[in-house]
Every structure is written in C-alpha cells, then in structure tokens.
Ligand binder design. Sequence first.
Ligand code: TRP
Length: 71
Amino acid sequence: MSDRTDFFVIKALEDGVNVIGLTRGSDTRFHHSEKLDKNEVMIAQFTEHTSAVKVRGKAKIQTSHGEMTNE
Ligand code: TRP
C-alpha cells in the first residue's frame, strides 16, 4: 500500500511545533502528539494506525505531492 510506505518530512521553523497523528478508521481522534523545536526534523509514514497528520506551528512539510510551508 503506497499510501502507507511513503515518507513525509516535517521540519520545524519555530519552537514548539506539534505534529499530531490522527487514527485510521471510523473513529477519528488524536493518538499521538510530537513536539519539535526549531530546525528539528521528523520523518514519518502513514500506518495502519495513522491516516492523517495535523501540523500546528510554522513548519516546512515535504510529501510526494510537493512541498509547502504553513506560514
Ligand atoms: N505508532 C504510530 C503509528 O504507527 C506512530 C506514527 C506513525 C505517527 N506515523 C505518525 C505519529 C505520524 C504521529 C504522526 O501509527
């Protein structure tokens, strides 16, 4: 399943960026929150448990769909 094997990269552009994982399936809820400080990078995949990710705070996000900054 390519949607679960692709990696995405999140680089924090400020302190305290939150990367929040949301559950897969009929019950959509937060299950994990990771806090990144400025210039920290997180490399992650979508998984059996995680189908969506919410990024709170300024970050550069790279996916197979392109790159964006949420400023
Ligand atoms: N244990 C979680 C999982 O396997 C970890 C995880 C994977 C995650 N991708 C993520 C957490 C993205 C936050 C954001 O699903």
